[in-house]
Design a protein around this ligand. Structure first.
Ligand code: NAD
Ligand code: TYD
Length: 382
């Protein structure tokens, strides 16, 4: 089957993995990567597929309503996978307006364009044969923070059982499920929560065929080195201090990015309209523990004595409003669509560290900002 799909934010970390998966797996689809190329967007993330005949890059802001609407018409699209966003909590604390602009107004603009375009191709609104989908990618951070609790007499992490029946280690007795009330704390998560509400409103008000997913922290290749794992890998390599916020006790639930991309593929094709699915790996880690695993892995792969760089750990002032614990229950996705993470965490982290160590040129470009200049030069002539 032929399909024309816009993927927004395809030059970013997760978006580039989704674009790569779709371009390689579906040669009959035309994949249009719509990305503004902010500091976080990098076309070098897609070097291996940029010349494929079923791939097209369009530099555009999701807030550009007219441009986006025209692109939908020109490309006769029948699906949107929306990842474009400002994504870093620390930046949102410094500059919340940019987050409201892109994540809220940008998503609203995209929804409005999609609604008008979809109504123009499907005047009966939602023909049973229609495959049209507006798929919005969101985060577990919209649910707020979970507490660190444990059954009496048992020290965390303790083994518990998800509603799917799967056993896993946890730092608390509660988990994020799809029916939980939204309680975002950071400007980033507040803006993402707001965009999720608009997506739901466009389904409930206009019947737009939407689906939303909320995923836990991703890790893997091509992540911008302002986020914990790539930042620390690079700092360890160069023996620079590792700024651990607070006591390093906060817990995050980590998922390998390619497993997220596989889930997005499955849900885009088989997810039920108007549903929300949580995506996560039942893989909770305290920051300080994950940092030690990263240090040991980098040291081992660089041939340094194991733990040689533990003294780089530097405790710094905590992030304002730092959420204590995130933990996703992805049982619904497993039960209804059969998705499970494919990688054990140890394997995922080894692959990730190896990738960053083998791709120092990518890291140097990104950290030097040369790649931004490259885009300015390239696009100033058009
Ligand atoms: P990222 O910051 O690496 O990439 C964001 C991309 O969006 C960049 O390519 C950037 O150029 C583009 N972009 C930003 N503003 C734009 C605009 N106005 N118009 C068009 N393009 C624009 O982000 P990521 O980590 O890949 O996250 C992608 C999505 O997944 C986001 O919506 C994020 O909220 C969500 N998410 C991320 C994680 C995670 O751990 N990284 C977890 C769950 C959900
Ligand atoms: P981050 O990668 O920014 O993701 P998020 O805030 O979306 O969870 O941070 C992951 C965790 O690591 C979070 O608890 C904050 C902490 N952290 C540090 O301790 N030091 C750092 O330099 C960074 C970037 C994050």
């Amino acid at each position: 089957m032929k399909r024309n799909i816009i993927i927004t934010g395809g030059a970013g970390f997760i978006g580039s993995h989704v674009v790569r998966l779709f371009v390689n797996k579906y040669p009959d689809y035309k994949i249009i990567n719509l990305d503004k190329l902010t500091y976080a967007g990098n076309l070098a993330n897609l070097k291996d597929i940029e010349n494929k005949p079923n791939y097209k890059f369009v530099r555009m802001d999701i807030c550009d309503f007219d441009g986006v609407y025209k692109l939908m018409q020109d490309e006769q699209i029948d699906g949107i996978i929306h990842l474009a966003a400002e994504s870093h909590v620390d930046r949102s604390i410094k500059d919340p307006f940019t987050f409201a602009q892109t994540n809220v107004m940008g998503t609203l603009s995209l929804l409005q364009a999609a609604k008008l375009y979809w109504q123009s191709i499907d005047p009966d609104f939602c023909l049973p044969t229609s495959v049209f989908r507006f798929y919005h990618i969101s985060t577990d951070e919209v649910y707020g923070a979970l507490e660190m609790t444990h059954p009496e007499g048992i020290e965390p992490p303790f083994t518990t059982k998800a509603s799917s029946g799967k056993h896993h280690l946890a730092y608390g007795e509660k988990f994020f499920t799809e029916d939980l009330k939204y309680q975002p704390h950071s400007p980033y998560s507040a803006a993402k929560a707001s965009s999720d509400h608009f997506v739901r409103a466009f389904h409930d008000t206009y019947g737009l065929p939407t689906v939303v997913t909320n995923c836990s922290n991703n890790y893997g290749p091509y992540q911008f080195p302002e986020k914990l794992i790539p930042l620390f890998i690079n700092n360890i390599r160069h023996r620079k201090p590792l700024p651990v916020y607070g006591k390093g006790e906060n817990v995050r639930d980590w998922l390998y990015v390619e497993d997220h991309a596989r889930a997005i593929d499955l849900i885009f094709h088989e997810g039920k309209i108007a549903e929300t699915y949580n995506i996560g790996g039942f893989n909770e880690w305290k920051n300080i523990d994950i940092i030690k695993v990263v240090i040991n892995t980098v040291d081992r792969l660089l041939g340094r004595p194991e733990g040689a760089d533990l003294d780089l750990i530097t405790y710094v002032t905590d992030r304002a409003g730092h959420d204590m614990r995130y933990a996703i229950d992805s049982s619904k996705l497993q039960r209804e669509l059969g998705w499970e993470p494919s990688l054990q965490f140890e394997e995922g982290i080894e692959r990730t560290v190896r990738w960053y160590l083998d791709n120092q040129e990518w890291m140097d470009n990104v950290t030097s900002g040369d790649y931004l200049k490259y885009y300015e030069d390239m696009y100033s002539h058009r």
